[in-house]
Design a protein around this ligand. Structure first.
Ligand code: PRP
Ligand code: URA
Length: 207
């Protein structure tokens, strides 16, 4: 299932990210802001329980988050800026890291680092990567999370190609994808078109 977040603020900020003239600092800030707005949607079904507290006026039961705790898991590198943004909303979430890069020739994901919260099986997992292109990286990361025991996983991306969505729907039909925009296609180098370029390079000013 794909949830596209069509809110005008999200669309405006994503268009600024696409602009080739947007510099590193602004791009990074926009990526974090868009991620917070995506999290607002992705976390819409978090459990609430009535909690007894006292306002300055009177006592009462008021809704507060309950149920499974959260884990944010970033696919390195580019997913890191997304988890940093989302932590502004859910500062108590634990954070995991999955190190993957896409081999530029084969476009296959290559794993180089993993560190997950020990209790990942008991947490709702929000996996972050700004770009869902061929889907190879996200699919491998989701499989790694499942092998570690994760049961409830949502994938959060800023841009997705139809090809990548099809791969996740084929490999992991239980995983909801929350995305800001679904683009047209991939080009011959596996880049999203029209896209925003290489997300990692634009966030960190590399290349
Ligand atoms: C980018 C992006 C995704 C991956 C998407 O990472 O952040 O992880 O490519 O491509 P896919 O859907 O075809 O697998 P990259 O390999 O450039 O690594 P980086 O984040 O370290 O720059
Ligand atoms: N990774 C990126 O950073 N950008 C793309 O367009 C595809 C994969």
């Amino acid at each position: 299932m794909v949830t596209a977040v069509t809110h005008p603020l999200v669309q405006h900020k994503v268009s600024l990210m696409r602009d080739v003239h947007t510099g590193v600092k602004e791009f990074r800030e926009l990526a974090a802001e868009v991620s917070m707005l995506l999290a607002y949607e992705a976390m819409r079904d978090l459990d609430l329980s009535p909690t007894h507290l006292t306002t300055p006026i009177q006592e009462g039961d008021f809704p507060m988050l309950s149920g499974k705790k959260l884990a944010l898991v970033a696919i390195l590198r580019a997913g890191l800026v997304m988890t940093d943004g989302i932590l502004n909303l859910v500062p108590a979430a634990k954070v995991g890291h999955i190190g993957l890069y896409r081999d530029p020739q084969t476009l296959q994901p290559v794993a180089y680092y993993n560190k997950l919260p020990a209790d990942i099986a008991e947490r709702r997992v929000f996996l972050t990567d700004p770009m869902l292109a061929t889907g190879g990286s996200a699919s491998a990361a989701i499989q790694f999370l499942k092998d570690a025991g994760a049961q409830t996983i949502k994938l959060m991306c800023i841009l997705a190609a139809p090809e990548g969505i099809a791969v996740i729907e084929r490999d992991h039909p239980d995983v909801e994808i929350v995305v800001a925009a679904v683009d047209e296609k991939l080009n011959d180098h596996g880049y999203i078109v029209p896209g925003l370029g290489d997300a990692g390079d634009r966030i960190y000013g590399t290349k």
